[in-house]
Design a binder for this molecule. Structure first.
Ligand SMILES: C=C(O[C@@H]1C=C(C(=O)O)C=C[C@H]1O)C(=O)O
Length: 94
């Protein structure tokens, strides 16, 4: 038998997952431009000072949103590491 309650919850989950994908796509679009700018101007791929500011900010936001700050940091770290990997490649290619 179809579970309508579960189906409704899952519709919302699917919408949220789609939004996450669109937001990540936009983020990677702009970080690609940053990588090209860095490669053109000789800036290093990673900026640990900037990253720490972002992590501190997102941890505080996560707390106020009742989201685990450790999870939010791990998620941002994962995304940033991928961006840095792209920047290194952009620098090496250029
Ligand atoms: C996008 C940048 O490059 C790197 C990637 C970051 C990110 O994905 O937010 C932040 C800092 C840098 O290590 C940047 O310097 O702003």
């Amino acid at each position: 038998m179809a579970d309508e309650i579960l189906n409704r919850y899952r519709e919302s989950i699917d919408n949220i997952d789609a939004a996450l994908i669109f937001m990540l796509a936009e983020r990677f679009k702009i970080t690609k431009a940053v990588g090209e700018h860095k490669a053109a101007t000789g800036l290093p791929p990673a900026d640990p000072g900037r990253e720490q500011i972002q992590i501190d900010r997102l941890r505080a936001l996560a707390k106020s949103a009742n989201l685990d700050p450790d999870f939010s940091e791990k998620f941002l770290r994962f995304v940033i590491d991928e961006v840095i990997h792209h920047h290194r490649r952009a620098g090496a290619d250029g």
